[in-house]
Design a protein around this ligand. Sequence first.
Ligand SMILES: [Zn+2]
Length: 462
Amino acid sequence: MDLLHTQLNNIQRHLAFVAVDPINWKLYVQSFSWAVTIFESYLLIRQYPLYSKTEPPAVLAQHFDPGVFEKSQNYGKDKAKFALFSGIFKQLLDSLMLQFGFYAWSWSVAGTLLAKVGYGAEYQILQSIAFVFILFVLSSIPTLPLPAYGTFVLEEKHGFNKTTPKLFITDLLKGWGLAFVLGAPFLAVFLYIFQWAGDRFVPWLMGFMISFQLIMVVLYPTVIQPLFNKLSPLAEGDLRQRIESLAGNLKFPLKHLYEIDGSKRSSHSNAYFFGLPWSKHIVIFDTLIQQSKPEEVEAVLAHELGHWYYLHPTKMLAISQFHIFTVLALFPAFLHAPPLLRSFDFPKAVAAQPPTILAFLMFQMILTPLEAVVSIAMNAVSRHFEWEADRFAVELQDKLQDEKMSDMGDRLGRALIAIHVKNLSTVWVDWLYSAYHHSHPTLTERLRGLESFQANRQKKSQ
Ligand SMILES: [Zn+2]
């Protein structure tokens, strides 16, 4: 532990200038966040002309009838225009809030409100929670029209929307309620650790974050998801038998097998698994079950179990812990830095002893460019995992010595095509746009991949 703290102190020494130099952090955050928005807009502008192509890629030609392809192109066009507008709109709002000292204003409002009910400035954690609440509510209101437009105009126009206005509003309120019920205690403990552990907070905070994530793994399926969706045990029959035997053969610790009413909100389809290492749940969207044959859904699950077999979720968790560690290791230099808060318009009295929440929030904004790079890297890792899971499905026949699985690649290909066609997913993708945004390879890439995995397998077995 002491070695860890020595190393962390070394990092802090390199960053000591933050505590004294009057750097114009606000200008820096403005420039970088606009740079990221402009780059993302540029990507959309690169991608946009591809929606005017009149033919699908050759591998997909036979699966799209011309009318459906045209629909998918129009859907893509509308989504791209909407993404361009919302990206710039949100950035404009953030930028105005930053420019006109909205954060400093919210902090003082939180303080004034609490003082009225008898809690002075010494109740810093309470003021932090009130501050985050005010910030969250006030900054969400102007962007509310965006999801409403997305659901009731865009998705509606292309035939996906199943959400009623009533469901939309209850979802929103439940979401806010949940954010408060989970967020307030989380924030309280998070800030308390800083008070209690002082500058030795890194390992304690890491421990807390990991425990919180594990608690969420248990709470999410049992408490949170049922607030929004109905999970019912998958009906007895061909599909259930196939999945249970697949799980059994792979020694996947399947505890519950659910069907979820995804169709309540939208006709987009999916399947996934989650849970603790010894007790997993598989969830399949009712839409997927309706759109594909049982042997194709089985192939989708074979891919999903590939993620489990290669420990992809655990690896992702490890990467994200490393990321959190890096962020926390850099933070102390920004925690005791009056010039930082001064440059974001906080009054001298607040900046002299920076409250943790404010320093952390401003620090997060300063990290925008780093976070953009991290997200590109995470997407690359995720795409690599998708390849591995696809290859796993193709090679399942060798792993399980089961001839019945020899067409798993074809079945997965058919299921992916069905999912893409029904979801009107984009099929022509600009490489740079894809590298930045996509956590999955494109459909054409995956179909080609499935073919080559199958060819390699056959070569090996000859
Ligand atoms: Zn996957």
